[in-house]
Design a protein around this ligand. Structure first.
Ligand code: PEP
Ligand code: MG
Length: 512
């Protein structure tokens, strides 16, 4: 039994086998180029083994959707063009089996993209998956969590898109060796309620190691003994018993933050006052195609109907920095957090933003919708967005499409927005404090880089000064202000927010 001590990302406990995902090196060629005949043999063995692996997965698939995916992947491996390409790359070009696979992935992805056909474009993920399986086989790795039973995901680093790509269904716990508590992936993990810990040294964890993650105290125990497992089972049962709080009505307005409609059950909707932050970028992150207007419309509509009159605040997509979207490529930047992210992306891709606004305005008919914009730094940016919203409304009106104007808000997550909150407040209906970014930009602390946490001011004095300014300006202009960043979930500060006159908090479902 080995006990590792780490930093908590998300509370709760989990016990299962470790699944190692080395994001940095996955898919890399890890073998030397051998002679042509050996490379061809390696390629053929990889193809037939992965085909067998997929046949087994088809047989044990839990539902039709899963079965369909594995069938499509097997069909790709059986495709003559795909197989000819791989063999020609080794035979004629003298490449290794792995390089041939990498080239095939690029070639067919581009070919599918060039068709401009939505169905074919959606197949890019499939070709990647198949190629990742082949490469992983040659490297002796596993690629995706299609194993039966729960697994604890162990990785050096993790991005929001990785988590989405893995599929969260089978992940019962997470251990990563680098990361920060306020990073987007950590927030996503908390939203999903997966017990998770950051442990600097994960070298003792191997694939298949039995692992116990205790997100309540930050310990990770490898191969726990019976006594430890009994204690774990006891903690687990007390957790389950105390999950539902014994009050029906909360003493103040408390919303929840979500990143996916599946995160909010009817039971959760009953206990909270609504949604204070729906991070819509997760409809784009980790996907090779953009969500269509219809797809978005049906998600927003479903959420509003589920909310049954309660407030639903949708944040327009916040892509950039660590949240990348393949279909919205952005230039590689030295300091992406200070670059093109949030509403800055809208001017690069105005049509994509308009599609989201159209879907939102149409869905607004079904309930009480608020929308808000990320990364505001000036009044002019809001005026520009509002002019786009007016154009979209005009277009819907002229076509006779039913729509409603949502309540409009600005996120205060840059010091500039807090300092200009008086004029910003005059242009919107509410303000929402994104304290994760407000902290990052006020204290000059990269939220993705955990090592900087020791330099942060644990009392958030400077951040609270900006919150005070924004709150006074919101109230002076007769509008409400809430906090949707992680500080809202930190009970140590509840008194501070009440004293400042914060109107609402929006917290993680797990801390509601
Ligand atoms: C914030 O910055 O506090 C916020 C709520 O937005 P995100 O964490 O998604 O950047
Ligand atoms: Mg933010």
């Amino acid at each position: 039994m080995i006990c590792l001590q780490g930093k908590v990302i998300c509370g709760g406990t989990a016990f299962g086998t470790a699944y190692i995902s080395d994001r940095k090196t996955q898919g890399e060629n890890k073998t030397e180029l051998q002679d042509k005949a050996t490379e061809l043999k390696k390629l053929d063995i990889a193809i037939s083994s992965v085909k067998q692996e997929l046949t087994n997965s088809i047989k044990s698939a839990e539902n039709a959707a899963e079965k369909d995916i594995f069938e499509v992947h097997r069909m790709m491996l059986e495709d003559e063009d795909f197989s000819d390409f791989l063999h020609a790359a080794v035979n004629n070009d003298g490449l290794s089996a792995q390089t041939a696979i990498k080239n095939a992935e690029q070639y067919f992805s581009q070919m599918f993209k060039d068709t401009k056909d939505d169905y074919m474009i959606a197949r890019i993920d499939d070709i990647r998956d198949v190629c990742a399986r082949l490469t992983a086989f040659l490297n002796g790795e596993k690629t995706s969590l299609n194993q039966k039973g729960p697994a604890v995901l162990v990785s050096e680093e993790l991005l929001p898109s990785d988590l989405i790509n893995f599929g969260t269904k089978n992940i019962i716990g997470i251990v990563i060796s680098s990361g920060a508590v306020y990073s987007h992936v950590s927030i996503l993990i908390r939203e999903l309620g997966i017990p998770a810990v950051i442990c600097e040294d994960i070298s003792d964890i191997k694939s298949g190691t039995e692992i116990l993650v205790n997100g309540d105290n930050g310990t990770v125990i490898l191969e726990p003994d019976n006594k430890t497992l009994c204690e774990f089972k006891h903690i687990k049962s007390t957790h389950t018993e105390s999950k539902v709080p014994n009050f029906n009505k909360l003493p103040c307005t408390v919303y929840v933050n979500i990143g996916d409609i599946k995160e909010i059950s009817d039971e959760l909707f009953n206990r909270c006052d609504g949604i204070g932050l729906f991070r819509t970028e997760y409809l784009y992150v980790g996907k090779s195609t953009l969500p269509s207007e219809e797809e978005q419309f049906s998600i927003y509509k479903e959420l509003l109907i589920k909310a049954n009159g309660k407030n639903v605040t949708v944040r327009t997509f916040d892509i950039g920095s660590d949240k990348s979207c393949e279909a919205l490529p952005l230039k590689k930047e030295e300091n992406p957090a200070l670059g093109i992210r949030g509403l800055r992306v809208y001017s690069l891709y105005p049509e994509v933003f308009k599609i989201q606004i159209k879907a939102l305005l149409r869905a607004a008919v079904y309930g009480n919708l608020s929308i808000m914009y990320p990364m505001v730094t000036s009044l002019e940016e809001i005026e520009e967005i509002h002019s786009i919203i007016s154009d979209v409304a005009e277009e819907l009106k002229s076509k006779g499409v039913p729509y409603k104007m949502p309540i409009k808000g600005a996120m205060i997550e840059t010091p500039a927005a807090a300092l200009l909150s008086d004029e910003i407040a005059k242009a919107v209906d509410f303000l929402s404090l994104g304290t994760n970014d407000l902290t990052q930009y006020t204290l000059a602390l990269d939220r993705e880089y955990g090592d900087l946490e020791k330099f942060s001011d644990k009392n958030f004095k400077a951040v609270i000064s900006l919150i005070k300014i924004a709150t006074e300006n919101a109230h002076k202009n007769g509008i409400k202000i809430g906090i949707c960043g992680e500080l809202a979930s930190n009970a140590e500060f509840s008194d501070t927010w009440i004293k400042l006159g914060i109107d609402y908090l929006s917290v993680l479902p797990s801390v509601l």
